[in-house]
Each structure stands twice: as structure tokens, then as C-alpha cells.
Design a protein around this ligand. Sequence first.
Ligand code: SF4
Length: 311
Amino acid sequence: MSNFRFARRLAMDEESYDFPPFRPPSEANSLLLRVTRGCPWNRCAFCPMYKHIKFEKRPVQAVKQDIDTAKAFTGGNAETVFIADSDSLVIKTEETCEILGYLHGAFPSLTKVTSYARALTLRRKSIESLRKIRSAGLTRLHIGLETGSSQLLRRIKKGAGPNTMIRGCIKAGEAGFEVSLYVLLGIGGESGWQEHALETAKVLNKIDPDFIRVRTLTPQPGTPVFQWWNEGSFQMPGPETMLKEQKALIEGLTGTSRYLSDHVSNYAPINGDLPADKAKMLSVIDTTLEKLSKDEAFKADLEGMRYLRNL
Ligand code: SF4
């Protein structure tokens, strides 16, 4: 059952189910399970996601009730579950394992259970704790790297520098998780795209995650980045810069990740397995850049489509 139909049935039956507001695009068909509410950090300068939600750890019993409700509606037939909100591994390891055990008991056919996680939280957890959570059935972690530049990470108040990103993500990989990292194209602005691309490639090469997923910065009202943009202290890169930045990033990558452009904010569909598809991916960027340099209408279309998709 799709999440939309599931939510509608819950609303129609007036059941109580805590439905999370965000999930990665790749979890569109996953059952959504809210273990915490909001973000315990909630300070990233580009992020509007949980600004109006006070961070809370949900009682384990309430999460189990949601699992029971979901089972009643789906008949226990789900293959993938996404655990929300932004950093649910901050709860006690024993509680995470208890929830995962209950979840797998209710849905025996589960093949994938994923969650957002902050690199700082992963760095702080012991490897034994992470292995316990992995053994209890959490399989993949979605982690926001955004950039590998220490200067930019500080400016956007990510709350973790490159070393924390590297240590947290490597530890997650050693514990057996699939590691999926998000990169925020454009966060260096017009002046900082080279540093952003090169430093991000360096950090990604040290981690060598299973997935690299890119999305393009869209300044959101109410965030510091939006304010910097309005004041003129941040210049939003245009499509040429975004593509040049992405080209430099891909050229700098030496690992074996799957690179995905699976977000509506992006200008071009650049996808592939590294290193095998690197030349093909770069050639898509070169072709798009060449067209942009010659065709004003194409440029306007590209910007217009991104704007519309974001609406
Ligand atoms: S980007 Fe992630 S860690 Fe940063 S405030 Fe948003 S939800 Fe929290």
C-alpha cells in the first residue's frame, strides 16, 4: 500500500498514527515509522525541515502501537521501512533494538529498514552499539554530508567537521550498514564552488560510501541561507556553475559508490556506478554545458523547470 493510501485510510478510520513529515525520495514506497520527532540539532543554515517541531523521543510503547496499527492496515506485508525523523539513533541502543525486534516480528518479510542519522551521533556511538543495531535489523543509514569543506561546514552550522563526517561514516560502514551520503550542490555559492567540489570529493573518497546522492540548494524562506541570499552575502550559483561544480566533484571521486541524482531540485539526471560510469556521467554534463553556452532558451527552460519542480 502506498504511503498516501496508508495515511488516507488512517485518517478515515480516525486511528492515531504519528506520520513523519519527511523521508528521502528513495523511501517513497517504504512504510514510515516515527521513532523521534524533529531534529535534535536543528541549526543547519539551509534546512527548514523541522524548524517548528520541538525535538522529542517517542516512548517505545507508542512506537510499538504504531507498528501494530501499521500491521493491522497492511496485513504485515511490507518490504521496506523508513525510520524518522532526522536522527533517531540518538535514543538508547537498547530501545532502538527493542523497536527493531518488534518491527521485524510484525513484518517478517522486511528486507530493508533505513533511517536518517547524523555523523556526530554515529561517531559518539560505540562500534558495539552500532553492530547491535545492525544485527537487530536496521540496514541503511542516510547521512547529510552536504560538503567536505571545513570552512563551509562551519558557515552552514552543520555541527560536524570533515573528520567527524569521515569517522562517523566509516564506523557505520564497519558496523555493516549501507551508507548513503547526501551532497548539497550549490552550497559554496558562486565563489566557493571549486573548494566545495574538491573538498567534498576528498571526504567522499575517504569514506567510499555505498551511495552518493546529490540535491541542489534551493534557499528556503526562514533559513539563514535565504537571508544571506537576500542581503547579497551569498550568491546563488546558476546552472553552469552547478554543472561545473558537479563535474569537478565527479572527476575527483576515486571510490566505488553508486552516484544518484534522485531529487527534483537537480538540473540534470546524472546517475551511475563509479568508477565504471564516470566517463558517461561526465559526458552528460559536458553536453548540457555546451547546450547551455549556445542556447538561451534552453537555459531559461532549465531554470524554469527546476523552479516548477520545486513548487
Ligand atoms: S539538515 Fe539534518 S541535521 Fe541539519 S537541521 Fe536539518 S534535519 Fe537537522
